[in-house]
Design a binder for this molecule. Structure first.
Ligand code: GDP
Ligand code: GDP
Length: 385
């Protein structure tokens, strides 16, 4: 799915705009107990096109939104932590989005920090739309809007995140710049697999282990719209496509350590897959971030296999260790009773081959259709009993 990212200084109105554009639907969605959710991305549609909207403000640490940000501060006056977060936001947006909305605030005017980010975005060559927010009045936009032409990113769009004015034109402009989404190539039965998990769980190691094995015949498939790269391979268990492997293969520019980024990557990778591999570090057990990543696969409605990696490094294993580990996963990811759990080692390769039949089985089950007749027959028998 195409992705639009919202970037901008703290306090310009990113969150409010995000909420306005995604609408109320987000809060109606029933919460699954145990699914930890960050409201940082949401599926949207406009003018018949579906896309994922992401709010990079989600990476701002708490309290940052209240930092005073006086108009026309020179860059050297912008608190360094704000500048550094704005640059990270921009990098993440460049890495993950097809179109970027740069939000500015008409009340502060164009600031040096806006310029700094605008320059980064411009260099990336990604399509950017400038939204000048907090223009709450109706009628022609105030003359202050024209100074935002100086950002060098084309026509600024007046919006009011508060009232919603101008948001339709803003989205029209974004869609006009959005690359046509090419359908994923017909994969004649190949299973699309997303390997997701927190940083250092061993995603790259598993990828390399799988693609490096002698029996695997690997080929690259360029991604659809983003800079994603998929890797197709075939082995004794069938044909598979590992989705969105670019970041795993060339440790991406973006700081993978930012939790937000790994969550976001999981969203886009899961969305393009038939089945997810949720990687968990055996040495750490199931952490809160693991539950977030697992929740993404769950909410996307994808079947999953839970992989407990680094099994080689678990000390003092006895015959009960594996069962205890699986039990722990079952408690912490209680909403995923359907997902098989496997302990393996990406490093030594132990049990990696056991993963493929599980993946194939999950996908087969998820594609199974039960006819009304079968369901009625089943219910009739249940009632009779
Ligand atoms: P963020 O830090 O960029 O996510 O900004 P927020 O969405 O948290 O908004 C910062 C402040 O600006 C909040 O007090 C909002 O209510 C206010 N705000 C945001 N958009 C508008 C707008 O369009 N009009 C007005 N009047 N206030 C706005
Ligand atoms: P990623 O960030 O999820 O891609 O994780 P990496 O594949 O880069 O692995 C992170 C670290 O864990 C590296 O130092 C790996 O060598 C190590 N690692 C990965 N898999 C295993 C494993 O199965 N056993 C052990 N002992 N270490 C592993």
């Amino acid at each position: 799915m195409n992705t639009i990212a919202i970037v901008g200084r703290p306090n310009v109105g990113k969150s409010l705009l995000f909420n306005k554009l995604t609408g109320k639907r987000l809060s109606i969605v029933e919460d699954t107990p145990g699914v930890t959710r960050d409201r940082i991305y949401a599926p949207c549609s406009w003018a018949g096109r579906d896309f994922l909207l992401i709010d990079t403000g989600g990476i701002e640490p708490h309290g940052m939104t209240n930092v005073p940000d006086a108009a026309k501060r020179p860059l050297s006056d912008t608190p360094p932590e704000i500048l550094s977060f704005m640059r990270k936001q921009a990098e993440i947006a460049i890495e993950t989005a097809d179109v970027i909305i740069l939000v500015c605030d008409v009340r502060t005017g164009q600031t040096a920090a806006d310029d700094d980010v605008a320059a980064m975005l411009q260099k990336s060559k990604k399509p950017v739309v400038v939204a000048v927010n907090k223009i709450d009045g109706i009628g022609p936009p105030p003359p202050e809007i024209y100074e935002f032409y100086n950002l060098g990113l084309g026509e600024p769009y007046p919006v009011s995140a508060l009232h919603g004015h101008g948001t339709g034109d803003l989205l029209d402009a974004c869609l006009a710049l959005m690359p046509e989404e090419t359908a994923p190539p017909e994969n004649d039965g190949a299973i699309r697999v997303a390997i997701i998990g927190k940083p250092n769980a061993g995603k790259s190691s598993l990828l390399n282990r799988i693609l490096g094995s002698e029996r695997a015949v690997v080929s690259d498939i360029p991604g659809t719209t983003r800079d994603a790269v998929d890797s197709a391979f075939e082995n004794g268990h069938g044909r598979f496509i590992l989705t969105d492997t670019a970041g795993m293969r060339k440790k991406s520019r973006v700081d993978e350590a930012i939790e937000y980024y790994s969550v976001l990557r999981a969203v886009t990778a899961a969305e393009r897959s038939d089945v997810c591999v949720i990687m968990i570090d055996a040495l750490e057990g199931v952490t809160e971030q693991d539950t977030k990543v697992a929740g993404i696969a769950h909410e996307a409605g994808k079947p999953s296999v839970i992989v407990i990696n680094k099994w080689d490094a678990v000390d003092n294993k006895d015959e009960k260790t594996m069962q205890r580990t699986v039990d722990d996963v079952r408690v912490k990811l209680a909403y995923m009773t359907y997902a098989p759990v496997i302990c393996l080692s990406a490093k030594t390769g132990a049990r990696v081959d056991k993963l493929f039949p599980l993946l194939a089985d999950c996908v087969e089950q998820s594609r199974r259709r039960v006819t009304t007749g079968q369901l009625n027959a089943f219910l009739a028998e249940a009632v009779a009993r």
